[in-house]
Write a protein that binds this ligand. Sequence first.
Ligand code: AMP
Ligand code: MG
Length: 325
Amino acid sequence: MGVDGSNRSQGAGELLADRQEEVAAAARALRAGGLVLLPTETVYGLGADASNPAAVAAIFEAKGRPRFNPLIAHVADLETAASIADFDDRAWALAKEFWPGPLTIVAPIKDTTAVCDLARAGLDTVAIRVPGHPVSHAVLDAFGGAVVAPSANRSGRPSPTTFADAVAETGDKAAAALDGGPCAVGLESTVVSVLEGQVRLLRPGAVTRVQLQQIVGPLAEAEDDAKRSPGRLALHYAPDAPVRINAKTPAAGEAFLAFGPWPGGAGVFNLSPTASLGEAAANLFSFLRAADRTQPTAIAVAAIPEEGLGEAINDRLRRAAGFVG
Ligand code: AMP
Ligand code: MG
């Protein structure tokens, strides 16, 4: 019996007894900043150390994602989740009822280093869950920290629900790949936010509204579509200062996000002195925040090539500059 009175962990232990070395290798790969193909109850995920911005940037690169959406952080247990996110009584109650399982809880971020800015798309909140699949649980347990793991497909293609499909999609980008058998096809995790004492359903999924209400009572009205839908402008961190893109040089009073060789100086934040798009992606949100904190008249940003991860970086910058609604 597990400490919570269930027999889940014992079952997982039996299943994984002969796979300990494989699990340990996956945890090592994550620690080294590599990507790992992981089975979950819903679909196969492409996982990375959530605290490592370069590893998170590598996920977006591997998927060819056109945008930096906030990702779900997966952890081994409720205690780890509660050390990363600020859980009130309702969040605890939901987690105790539905974890391990397909419920993602959005709560204020407490430990900003455990799930980096890029993984949260710069938000002050974090989406977190404890997956129920024994293989991913074993890896998360061995790893100890949070793993962000969006579906392992390349962008625009269906989510893989078998090991073979996952390997075919992004296996060439993964340092380790774990076969967890076929996933239960269909529903993604339900996403709820538990913020300022209010529980809202952000994405319907495997855990139903009625099931949620049985634990926390009536849910708060969902906010309007623009605020709650994935990848929309309002979900993302927006700097206070206006953003000016494709800038050749900063004007007086402006902060400057440089790209490539550029002399340092007050108010200059170089996204990547070597013009690496991966490094620029990893630094983007934290540098926008740092630039914003200097209270500039505007944040000027150097031109970023529209190729590879540059497409996602430019998408985010165009939104920050107000060119895309
Ligand atoms: P996926 O990884 O494709 O299953 O999608 C992750 C889902 O979680 C998307 O719907 C995201 O918009 C949502 N999400 C992740 N982080 C946050 C957050 N901090 N606030 C609100 N929604 C989030
Ligand atoms: Mg997906």
